[in-house]
Design a protein around this ligand. Structure first.
Ligand SMILES: [Zn+2]
Length: 187
C-alpha cells in the first residue's frame, strides 16, 4: 500500500455550518459508505466510489476493506475542516510554487510552510527575482499542495493514479465555485 493521498479541495471561503449535511451529500453520491473507526471524520469507500474516481494504470492495487490486522493502511476517506482560517496542506512531494508575476520558482517557500500550515495566510512570500509579494492562495501549487478551509482526503492511493471524475467535481461544486484536487505523499 501507499502513503499517497488524493485531496479534494473546497473553494476558498467554503465553510459549511452543517457538517452533517456535507456527509449526507457525500453518502447520497455514493462516495462515502459506513463510518469507520473511532474518529467522527473517517469513512469507508461508498458503493459508487469507483464510478466517481477513476484509477489510471494497469491493475491498481486498491484495498477498499479494512485489513484484518486493524491497520489503517487502506483506501478510505477522511474529512478535514472546516478550519476557521484557511491552511496549507503540503507533504514531501510538494514542489516550490512559481511566482505569479514572473514565473520563477519560489525556492524559499519552505520557510513559509510551517506558518501557512498553521493558517497564518496574512504572511506573504516575497519573490527574490521581481519583488512581487504573494499569499498562499495566489500560488499555483501544481496539484502538489493545496490551501483552503475544507478538504476531503482519500487515503491509500498513488498520486496521479486516482483522478476524480467531472461528475464528482460538479456535484461537489453545486451552485458554488469550482473545487480543485491535488496529491500528497510522504516517503
Ligand atoms: Zn517574481
Amino acid at each position: 500500500m501507499t502513503s499517497g493521498k488524493l485531496l479534494l479541495q473546497a473553494p476558498l471561503g467554503y465553510n459549511p455550518t452543517d457538517q452533517g449535511g456535507v456527509i449526507s451529500h457525500l453518502t447520497n453520491l455514493g462516495l462515502v459508505g459506513a463510518h469507520y473507526g473511532d474518529t467522527p471524520v473517517a469513512y469507508l469507500a461508498g458503493p459508487k466510489f469507483l464510478q466517481l474516481i477513476t484509477f489510471l494504470g494497469c491493475s491498481p492495487q486498491l484495498q477498499l476493506e479494512p485489513p484484518a490486522d486493524g491497520s489503517q493502511n487502506f483506501c478510505h476517506i477522511r474529512l478535514h475542516g472546516p478550519f476557521e482560517k484557511p491552511r496549507l496542506l503540503s507533504a514531501a512531494n510538494t514542489r516550490p510554487p512559481r511566482c505569479p508575476a514572473c514565473g520563477k520558482g519560489l525556492a524559499q517557500w519552505h520557510q513559509m510552510e510551517p506558518i501557512w500550515r498553521n493558517g497564518n495566510s496574512e504572511s506573504k512570500i516575497i519573490c527574490q527575482s521581481c519583488g512581487q509579494s504573494a499569499s498562499p492562495a495566489d500560488l499555483d501549487w501544481r496539484r502538489k499542495a493545496g490551501f483552503g478551509h475544507y478538504f476531503i482526503e482519500i487515503c491509500g492511493v498513488f498520486p496521479e493514479e486516482a483522478v476524480p471524475l467531472p461528475a464528482l467535481m460538479e456535484s461537489l461544486r453545486g451552485e458554488g465555485a469550482p473545487w480543485r484536487y491535488f496529491y500528497l505523499q510522504d516517503w
